[in-house]
Design a protein. Structure first.
Length: 291
């Protein structure tokens, strides 16, 4: 599609999920209102934040649709509130973007260009760079083995094929594809929900793609701070749900990947991380979000 036609492709809703997101979400929103793709709206779903971010967002960005959630149900549940609003209002696509990310001005336009050029593309990812560095965090997504459980972000274009999954830190989703396969699975409070949706899209015949000209700078993980126990518990619990849904022998990738991570953290003396992995595997509280 010629570049001068992209802004006529259709309306795109950017959806952010905020939880105590100061100061990053203000920088993120500033980058979103500067996008060159003009047919867009912005929705912030607030997961019962306890800081001043709800007031700051509404005061500084009055044009943003603000959708409060009474509880912090996790990323997937919050994002689904925003996605449903977008679909109800006729969005042609939904752009999920993390509140600790900053999009370059042409980021959305580049995503739309790739999606508009191929009606079989159900999702498009951005090139994620570490903020303030000329270093790639993820080239759109990554690879995951349903046998060994190994998961890794790509840092350059794959030699052949597309990524197995796309990263939800910046992810354009076609409305038609979402209506076919469903929204994010709220059983993933944090982590793995993007990989799960990617595999469901691929299973339904949709293609995954990456827009090399869509550049988004992303902070290191800020959601859980230094809470190693919670990070590893939620990550491991998410991997358990993912492999149970998609792997032919779920306990094989779980045993190989989580077992190896547990052994490494124990050998490093990182006992909170090791405890989190153990709880993610065996505790009924594996999906509990920190208060």
């Amino acid at each position: 599609m010629p570049q001068n036609q992209e802004n006529r492709w259709g309306q795109v809703f950017a959806v952010l999920v905020n939880y105590n997101g100061l100061p990053h979400i203000l920088d993120c929103l500033t980058s979103l209102i500067s996008q060159t793709y003009t047919q867009n709206a912005i929705v912030v779903v607030d997961n019962a934040s306890q800081d001043d971010s709800p007031q700051m967002i509404q005061r500084r960005f009055p044009g943003v649709k603000f959708l409060p959630s009474p509880v912090n149900g996790g990323f997937a549940q919050g994002a689904n509130l925003g996605i449903n609003l977008a679909l109800d209002q006729g969005a042609k696509a939904v752009w999920l973007i993390n509140p600790d990310a900053k999009a370059h001005p042409e980021a959305l336009e580049a995503l739309v260009r790739v999606m508009a050029d191929d009606p079989k593309v159900g999702a498009v990812g951005s090139v994620l760079r570490w903020e303030g560095q000329d270093r790639v965090q993820a080239w759109g997504g990554g690879k995951v083995s349903l046998i060994t459980g190994r998961s890794r972000h790509l840092t350059q274009p794959p030699s052949q094929g597309a990524p197995d999954y796309l990263c939800g830190a910046s992810l354009l989703l076609r409305a038609q594809a979402l209506k076919q396969v469903g929204l994010l699975d709220p059983g993933f409070p944090l982590y793995w929900e993007d990989a799960d949706l990617s595999l469901r899209l691929r299973g339904a015949g949709w293609r995954l793609a990456v827009a090399p000209e869509s550049v988004v700078e992303h902070q290191p993980s800020t959601g859980l701070g230094a809470n190693e126990e919670a990070w590893h518990r939620l990550y491991t619990g998410g991997s358990m749900r993912f492999f149970r849904k998609h792997a032919p022998l779920p306990w094989l990738p779980l045993a190989l990947s989580s077992g190896a991570r547990l052994a490494r953290r124990a050998m490093q003396g990182r006992w909170q991380a090791a405890a989190g992995i153990w709880q993610g595997l065996f505790s009924s509280e594996r999906g509990r979000l920190p208060s």
